[in-house]
Design a protein around this ligand. Sequence first.
Ligand SMILES: Cc1cc2nc3c(=O)[nH]c(=O)nc-3n(C[C@H](O)[C@H](O)[C@H](O)COP(=O)(O)OP(=O)(O)OC[C@H]3O[C@@H](n4cnc5c(N)ncnc54)[C@H](O)[C@@H]3O)c2cc1C
Length: 426
Amino acid sequence: MSQSDTDLIIAGGGLAGATLALALARVLPALRVTVVEAFPLAADALPESYQPSYDARSTALSWGSRQIFGELGLWQWLSEHVTPIEHIHVSDRGHFGATRLHASDHNQAALGYVADNRWMGLCLMRALQDTNVQWLAPAEVQGMTPLTRGVRVAVKTGDRVRQLTAQCLVVADGGRSGLRERLGFQARTHDYGQNALIANVSTAEAHRFTAFERFTDSGPMALLPHGERSRAGNQSALVWTLSDDTLDDVLSLSDADRCRRLQDRFGWRLGRFTCIGQCHHYPLKLTTVDEPVRPGVVLVGNAAHALHPVAGQGFNLALRGLMTLVEQFRLATERAQSLGELPVLRAYQARHRQDWQQTVRFSDSLIRLFGTSPAPLALARDAGLVGLDLLPAAKRWFGRKAMGVGGRRAVISRTAQTQGDSANHE
Ligand SMILES: Cc1cc2nc3c(=O)[nH]c(=O)nc-3n(C[C@H](O)[C@H](O)[C@H](O)COP(=O)(O)OP(=O)(O)OC[C@H]3O[C@@H](n4cnc5c(N)ncnc54)[C@H](O)[C@@H]3O)c2cc1C
């Protein structure tokens, strides 16, 4: 085992890959971890130009994710620039249904937090600086060959392709590089035929730490409290779902007309939209891989599942999966098993399966249910929203789902768990 070049190779140093590297450095510091990242990421410095993970997006981190980052010792930095979500308001445009969730109903300070992806990237890079994780960037994982014990991974740096041996390869490339397909994994994709337009917006009224999820006949939209950490803050991060045609139309509008269009879709719960910042857009697909493990290789993050962003579940689900994988690697190390052994990876898959199946179903059914407008369905879903608002048990379940708690919690390390628990009671 120790004759390999490294113990574990992570393909992709985005949100999933970098968080996994940090968690392994915390829990299994003797493990030799190598991250291969296609973009020139360096400790404490993100490139000024585009980087696919640490870009202009904001991420709604659930309460459960905040606990995980607490266990990893990252929350102390992350929390310097996050905006709490104390309330969630879910509504259906043009219909009567609405439901409201409040952190105080769950005896917590917040249901979740909004963090800029770029800020998360900076915190991760800064934390990784003090670990022995090795970074190869810019470099690309091109392929992998299984060995009797472990794997051989082809890593391209400039014009040179090197072969690195390791116990296991973790693919955290976001699923867009073609690596998953080259390794023979079958992904199932449902194209929602929609795009997510994101931008920061200012409104005449304060958000009062409220996140809005609004379903409209042209697609769902979300407004997350953002920026200045004050109840009087009036900036929100917008995720606006638009069909291909409507996207082109909205992009061609002036800022003032775009604000007016947004006003028409969202309504007046935050008063007038006074300003809309730079817009970016992403095509929306549901991608899942039923069997994300093979001997010596495992898919994580968006490489394993990419969800519609409006329910804000993708990275939160990925994070829970990463902690389950770390837990499994810890157990394998204690039992002197190789990390890439199929029983080790299958045990991870079995532990994480229920969570990912439920979360994928939860977020996909929200989009499908609220994306259709035949009258009986519209009536049923509005009755559902009202019912949710009135039924404490159903509302509590919905709230716990949004907070990313309630399921099995991975035991990544007994010390980390204890430290995290005390941090979480601050
Ligand atoms: C508009 C939008 C809003 C979202 N909002 C939320 C939210 O509020 N809450 C939430 O939980 N989730 C949200 N998500 C989902 C979340 O952004 C993703 O789950 C997350 O970015 C996945 O991270 P990743 O590291 O798996 O993939 P990526 O972010 O795609 O990162 C992949 C990394 O791998 C590198 N790479 C690619 N190919 C290779 C290769 N061959 N070799 C080496 N490196 C490679 C890339 O450079 C990149 O750094 C949102 C998604 C979108 C599109």
